[in-house]
Design a protein around this ligand. Structure first.
Ligand code: ADP
Ligand code: MG
Length: 310
């Protein structure tokens, strides 16, 4: 349904999005996860045709955004980070206005009523938007994105600033959308994404650092990348010897005689660790392959990022 190929966006010296490629299948709910400044909004703004890319292409349901912006935009409902609301209008007036702006060709009254019902705004049609709470405003933004029943829905950090109850409602809404639409939504909060998505892409410093099914992410990426060791002997010497093993990435002392050894994906350093400790006469009391938690994984994958808005 969505095909992103070699997408790059530069702002002067800043590369906000750095040659990313991915595709999203029809009916898939894709979570776009990354710390602030990772390039999520930039990517979404390019997919939806709000801004142009420096290079690369985006195809939505067979039409290319640059070649046919009008047709492509009609296939996408977009809720940007800051929803484009006219706060002096009532909810219904605003949705009617957006309906006309988007040139939706459905029975107007019925369609708007249906969408207001879907996002539980049906009792609030006559309220003025500026008097609504943040959660209700977000629903209006949602409703606006759903106008015209576009096959693709893109939501940029839809739960930011909402309270836990509202977050649960929005999650539910996203899940229900996934039944009829292809959805991409972004967040910098891991739990947000893992609770709602079929698939997760982690972006850091403008690059994709992980792309996997939500329930496979952990095993795909962490596998047995970490070894816990309990070794008797001189900690400095032990650490140095372990670090010399070619596939070892990092050695951390974890308290007592414990060490945590991170090593390259796909490698197995157990035998080398054993010989190394034998060489320095440091007896291994325990050796265990441990998995990192999803939370640790996310932190590790994004920790090299420069972090924050650059
Ligand atoms: P995210 O949505 O993941 O927080 P953004 O896509 O907003 O990240 O930003 C990615 C990077 O691009 C950041 O370093 C940001 O400062 C930079 N950036 C975004 N928009 C602009 C712009 N209009 N001009 C210059 N730099 C920008
Ligand atoms: Mg953003």
């Amino acid at each position: 349904m969505i095909e992103v190929k070699n997408l790059t966006k530069r702002y002067g010296k800043i590369t906000a999005v750095d040659n990313i490629s991915f595709s999203v299948d029809t009916g898939e709910v894709l979570g776009f996860l990354g710390p602030n400044g990772a390039g999520k909004s930039t990517t979404m703004n390019i997919i939806t045709g709000y801004i142009s890319s420096t290079s690369g292409t985006v195809t939505v349901d067979g039409s290319e955004i640059l070649a046919d912006p009008k047709k492509t935009k009609q296939k996408i409902g977009y809720l940007p980070e800051i929803p484009p609301l006219y706060t002096d209008m009532t909810v219904r007036k605003y949705l009617e206005f957006m309906f006309d702006l988007k040139r939706v060709r459905l029975p107007k009254k019925e369609h708007i009523a249906e969408i207001m019902r879907l996002v539980s705004l049906d009792k609030h049609g006559d309220r003025i938007i500026k008097n609504l709470s943040k959660g209700f405003r977000q629903r209006v933004g949602f409703a606006q994105a759903l106008l015209g029943n576009p096959p693709v829905i893109i939501l940029d950090e839809p739960t930011v600033g909402l309270d836990p109850k509202q977050i649960i409602e929005i999650r539910r809404l996203i899940k229900s959308l996934g039944k009829k639409h292809t959805v991409i939504f972004s967040s910098h909060v891991l739990s947000e994404i893992s609770a709602t998505c079929d698939r997760i892409i982690i972006i850091s410093d403008g690059k994709i650092v992980a792309d996997a099914k939500a329930d496979e992410l952990q095993s795909v990426l962490s596998g047995e990348q970490r070894l816990s060791l309990t070794v008797e002997g001189n900690p400095t010497q032990i650490t140095e010897e372990l670090e010399k093993i070619p596939d070892v990435l990092k050695v951390k002392k974890t308290g007592g005689s414990g060490y945590s050894v991170e090593y390259r994906q796909g490698a197995d350093v157990r035998r080398e660790a054993f010989s190394a400790m034998e060489r320095i006469n440091a007896p291994i009391l325990e050796m265990k392959s441990g998995n990192e938690s999803l939370e640790e994984l996310y932190l590790r994958l994004t920790e090299n990022a420069k972090g924050g808005e650059r």
